[in-house]
Design a protein around this ligand. Structure first.
Ligand SMILES: Nc1ncccc1[N+](=O)[O-]
Length: 231
């Protein structure tokens, strides 16, 4: 999978080159390319924003640099399939594990990180000519830009790509994989500060252990995320 990220703070993504995703990039499973939006400005101040039409506080990201960036990144893709172009936004649909699974199937993702009060709306419209546009949100709160959300989404998507995570079984029994929160985990010592590991887990009875774990999943989900049980 190729992932292009466009941001005015490209160094934000240095973290993605570490550990799991770092190894995936070395092995060629993920081709991550981070770009500075200012590469596509032509004035001395490398301007990327301006005041909003209609008034209002803050600044809006200008369409021109985004248009040139998208042209460069999608065209570079050659005749390949249309990319999916993600704009992280609090005004987007919520990004979930299901979204991550879907996007992990794609060959080329482009992430456009907005800053300020956002990106000129015509950019999303133009982007739809180049690829499948998705405005996605991590949740109902406001960050200063799309970079942190892009880090989270790239990690959630990247780890689902076959070969990125050492043991694929560890992807199966995770929260949200089966619509429930994951069961509690324990390791040695069997007693720690007078707290013992549940006896059932020491029994060796794998059938009973599986049933206990499922009960724990349902109990925890009902207590912490009853909304997941409505589905
Ligand atoms: N919550 C957000 N706030 C600002 C930019 C992006 C966001 N998001 O969740 O994708």
């Amino acid at each position: 999978m190729r992932i292009d990220v466009v941001s005015i703070f490209p160094s934000y993504f240095d973290g993605l080159t570490l550990s799991l995703l770092g190894r995936a990039q070395e092995s060629g499973l993920i081709d991550l390319r981070v770009h500075d939006l200012r590469e596509w400005t032509h004035d001395r101040h490398r301007t990327v924003d301006d005041t909003p039409y209609g008034g209002g506080a803050g600044m809006v990201m200008k369409p021109e640099p985004w248009g040139e960036a998208l042209d460069a990144l999608v065209a570079a893709d050659g005749a390949a399939a249309r990319p999916t172009i993600v704009f992280p936004s609090p005004a987007g649909e919520v990004f979930t594990q299901a979204t991550a699974r879907t996007l992990a199937e794609h060959d080329h993702l482009v992430f456009g990180c907005g800053r300020y009060e956002g990106i000129d709306e015509r950019v999303f419209d133009y982007a739809a000519e180049l690829g499948d546009v998705r405005l996605l949100s991590l949740g109902d709160y406001v960050l200063n830009g799309g970079e942190v959300a892009t880090m989270a989404m790239v990690e959630a998507i990247g780890r689902l790509i076959p070969g990125v995570v050492g043991n694929p079984d560890s992807l199966v029994e995770e929260s949200h994989e089966d619509g429930l929160l994951e069961y509690p985990s324990y390791t040695k010592p069997s007693v720690w500060r007078d707290r013992a590991v549940p006896e059932i887990l020491l029994s060796g009875d794998h059938g009973r252990i599986a049933r206990w774990r499922r009960e724990q999943q349902v109990e925890r989900t009902a207590a912490r995320r009853p909304d997941l049980l409505d589905g």
